[in-house]
Design a protein around this ligand. Structure first.
Ligand code: ADP
Length: 622
């Protein structure tokens, strides 16, 4: 037994409020640290159940748990969720009127709430400090703790000063508490994040001044996500293709630039695909409206730049499409991480092209962290161009071993990639061509090299006399798309170097090893139409299995009822019930209260609030 306090009352609370029967990995350990007032850092992937780790002990401990949260929308959703489960909680932020704020402060003073959500800026305000020093506190939670670190992906200045918590707040002697916490002991601080490399983890601990914390690092792997990485050809056609596979399901299409968001969004609308756009160039009002309509399930597709970020907690996002390559593996993990938060299968499609690298390195130009950014760009480019298990690469990047031989959830392991047979020979043909065309201080770009290999007699090739080279036309039986794809992969795998300014190619140190036959590249052929069709069929099959026991028609009706209730209450749909709960209902078709309590995610409050309504839907359906 991991939790020293008897486990029964904890499990009873889990069932009573959340309607869950057991813990997810590391939840018990984290709950234990919080109950013991030990500082802690917990890294659990999106969908790993972080909120419950601090919300449940907040109920069991005396005093107020203060949660530092970066965004107003996240605070509202979390508090709506807690209230819907019957847990007294509130937030303090600028979205509240003066009267509402006073009323919340009054409740905090009277110690009537168990959880308070505030921003890091607000916490550092002297009036907030006075307020919190006047009540009994149980612990501090720092959500999205990676914002503390420069090395993370969403650095925020005000997170940097959170070490003040240890200095300004003490854990009180909790009268009547079964556990003794000495007077004056500093308060427990608990940091949570989904994505943190070792460097970021260490930075969080140093910045918060936590000398001896409990550390809980979960598996970064998201087994319910299937990754596919695809060269970009006709992006609109490719995007329409993935959207068609996910009718009636929610998805985010990420674009690199604002103007791409505008054009992709308009083109999809023109094809009859209902969607909203989102980027930082839009007014606050427009952005708010877009986010709200997506969150409230009025629209299923959002086309966005990465400005559409942390505030998304719609739990039933079934697919993410990247119209361009993200700027780092961290970003990719974070952006794809928004899919399948409810634990159900979800799909990630990344469409990449050589131009993405140029775009990002152009942005990196003025950055003080240029070297770090370029290194990260190379790593993700390699991720795209080196066929191998995608889950394994992602997990290894975050410093963990991937135990399994095959993930069965990426294009490589699902055998969707057509591998080139004699990769050494192909690699040598390309590299020797690059060597041959290159002059001392003068090189050629990808298009030129492709033409020479293909044996295409252009004016330039003729004027350079490169049609006389032995490599001219050495790959003439292959298509241009094929040759281009080979060159791109050889760049991504580090055998060729592409100059950032002139885009000329040259052979690297490992390229020389390849030429001597000491190492071989791993090369996949571009996807052929027949193979694409097969993959589309396979994706269909995965869906069929997923829905085997579930009455899909009933599921849609339950979903409509949920949307109606959410709209009436002014909360997000998932706060009423997650898709997982609705699927469970559509499979088990409960018609008694007892049967309803057995549905995934139904606790006592949900039973009271919703059983009559949803049982009626099931009965009416027949
Ligand atoms: P995170 O914040 O780590 O992304 P959430 O707190 O949103 O994850 O939890 C993801 C989903 O898992 C939510 O629907 C949550 O209610 C559910 N969940 C959390 N803990 C459990 C549990 N012990 N058993 C079943 N489902 C759980």
């Amino acid at each position: 037994m991991l939790i020293k306090q008897t486990k029964e009352p904890i499990l009873a609370v889990l069932q009573q409020y959340w309607g869950y029967k057991s813990f997810l990995p590391l939840q018990e350990e984290t709950i234990s640290s919080i109950l013991e007032n030990k500082d802690s850092l917990t890294v659990l992937p999106t969908g790993g159940g972080k909120s419950l780790c601090f919300q449940l002990p907040a109920l069991l401990k005396e005093g107020l748990t203060v949660v530092i949260s970066p965004l107003i929308s996240l605070m509202k959703d979390q508090v709506d969720n807690l209230k819907d489960m019957g847990i007294a909680s509130c937030y303090l932020n600028s979205s509240l009127s003066f009267e509402q704020q006073n009323s919340e402060i009054e409740q905090i003073r009277k110690e009537e709430v168990k959880l308070l959500y505030i921003s890091p800026e607000r916490l550092q305000n002297e009036r907030t400090i006075d307020l919190l020093q006047s009540v009994r506190l149980s612990s501090f939670v720092i959500d999205e703790a990676h914002c503390i670190s420069h090395w993370g992906h969403d650095f925020r200045e005000s997170y940097r000063n959170l070490w003040m918590i240890k200095k300004r707040f003490k854990a009180p002697h909790l009268k009547g508490s079964k556990r003794f916490i000495p007077v004056d002991k500093s308060i427990g601080v608990h940091a949570f994040t989904a994505t943190a490399t070792k460097k970021v983890q260490l930075d969080i601990l140093v910045q918060l001044k936590l000398p001896d914390p409990d550390i809980h690092i979960g598996q970064v792997d998201r087994p319910n996500l299937t990754y596919r990485v695809i060269p970009r050809h006709q992006i609109l056609k490719q995007l329409r293709g993935i959207i068609a596979k996910h009718t009636n399901e929610a998805g985010i299409i990420y674009c690199l630039r604002r103007k791409d968001v505008d054009s992709v969004s308009a083109a999809l609308t023109k094809s009859g695909i209902d969607n909203v756009g989102y980027h930082a160039g839009m007014s606050d009002e427009e952005r708010y409206r877009a986010q709200e309509s997506f969150a409230r399930e009025e629209v299923n597709i959002i086309v966005a730049t990465i400005a559409f970020g942390m505030g998304i907690d719609r739990s039933n996002i079934r697919f993410i499409g990247h119209a361009g390559r993200p700027k780092s593996i961290e970003h990719y993990q974070q952006e794809t991480g928004r899919a399948g938060r409810d634990g159900l299968p979800a799909f990630c499609y990344m469409f990449y092209g050589g131009g993405d690298y140029r775009l990002w390195s152009f942005f990196a130009e003025d950055s003080s962290e240029r070297e770090v950014m370029i290194k990260k760009l190379r790593t993700i480019y390699n991720f795209c161009t080196q066929p191998q298990c995608r889950h394994k690469v992602l997990v290894n990047y975050f410093g963990q071993d991937y135990g399994k031989h095959s993930c069965d959830a990426c294009d490589y392991c699902l055998n969707e990639l057509d591998m080139v047979d004699d990769t050494l020979l192909v690699g040598q043909k390309v590299l020797s061509c690059v060597v041959k065309v290159r002059q001392e201080n003068y090189g050629f770009g990808l298009g030129y090299v492709v033409n020479v290999l293909k044996g295409k007699l252009t004016e330039k090739i003729e004027s350079m006399g490169h049609d006389n080279l032995s490599t001219f036309g050495i790959m003439q039986t292959e298509s241009e798309v094929f040759i281009r794809h080979m060159v791109e992969q050889l760049v991504g795998q580090g055998f060729l170097f592409r100059d950032k300014e002139f885009l000329t190619l040259s052979v690297t140190g490992s390229g020389k090893q390849l030429l001597s036959g000491a190492v071989s590249p791993v090369l996949a052929k571009p996807l052929l139409p027949a193979k694409k069709k097969k993959i589309a069929r396979m994706a269909g099959k995965i869906n069929d299995e997923e829905w085997a026991e579930i009455d899909q028609e009933l599921f849609q009706i339950l979903r409509d009822k949920r949307t109606e209730l959410a709209r009436k209450k002014g909360v997000q749909a998932y706060i009423i019930f997650s898709d997982k709960s609705l699927r469970d209902m559509a499979a088990k078709k409960p018609v008694t209260k007892e049967a309803f309590l057995d549905i995934y995610g139904v606790g006592e409050n949900k039973l009271r609030s919703y059983s009559n309504i949803f049982i009626k839907v099931v009965k009416d359906y027949g």
